[in-house]
Design a protein around this ligand. Structure first.
Ligand SMILES: [Mg+2]
Length: 226
């Protein structure tokens, strides 16, 4: 049987960037289009970068026909500014994350990957800022698909196709994980409550990953049942 996989979401599951991503998007829009606060009050939680950028550039600026040209241009400006914003921002690694990753690595019976709405280059910048990037083998990213379910399936495939658990903080992690044939351990460290995550159908919900023994126990339970 293929080796089991644990796929982690990044924002508000592993780390909090202190708003660096949104600030970098707003600055990119100001630089390129002279629009201040273009990304204010847009829904970010659990969504992919291209979906968020599409809302802003097509929905708010009306750049419909120019999207194939503007998206890569916007993305490269965003990534340059993200790097700058991450160095200025007081981000944190969330409680229990490092201990949990260490426990899973020491156990040696699961493969660790990412399933994130960030593009790969953005994920690398965010996780490098917290010395976490090298702890994951590979993953699924927003470059693979604007659809979180699709990128989660890609992540599974890249990590050998074994039984998988997705760990994430939003209802989108729950629905995408299930659509990709994974079980879902949800953590209420983002915008969605324990109740909302349970109602979305998460197979297990924890307030956070702070209790490593409990987090590992839930992961083994879900992998055993997948
Ligand atoms: Mg998240």
């Amino acid at each position: 049987m293929a080796t089991p996989i644990v796929l982690f979401d990044i924002d508000l599951t592993l780390i909090r960037t202190g708003g660096a991503g949104q600030r970098a998007m707003n600055r990119a829009a100001l630089d390129l289009y002279g629009r201040d606060g273009l990304f204010d009050k847009l829904e970010f939680a659990g969504r992919t970068d291209p979906a968020i950028i599409r809302d802003a550039l097509q929905g708010r600026l009306g750049l419909d026909g120019r999207w194939p040209h503007e998206y890569p241009r916007f993305l490269s400006r965003y990534l340059a500014l993200l790097e700058e914003e991450l160095t200025r921002s007081a981000g944190v690694t969330l409680p229990g994350v490092i201990s949990l990753l260490e426990a899973l690595r020491a156990d040696g019976t699961v493969r660790l990957g990412l399933a994130t709405g960030n593009v790969r280059a953005g994920a690398r910048l965010k996780l490098r800022a917290h010395a976490l990037w090298d702890r994951f083998e590979d993953g699924g990213f927003a470059d693979d698909s604007e659809d979180r379910a699709v990128l989660t399936r890609v992540a599974r495939r890249r990590l050998g196709g074994g039984p998988a658990v997705v760990v994430g903080d939003s209802v989108h992690d729950v629905t995408a994980g299930h659509a990709a044939g994974a079980r879902v351990l949800a953590v209420a460290t983002g915008g969605h409550s324990v109740v909302a995550l349970a109602e979305a159908g998460a197979d297990s919900v924890l307030p956070d990953l702070g209790d490593v023994e409990r987090s590992c126990g839930e992961l083994w339970r879900l992998l055993g049942a997948s």
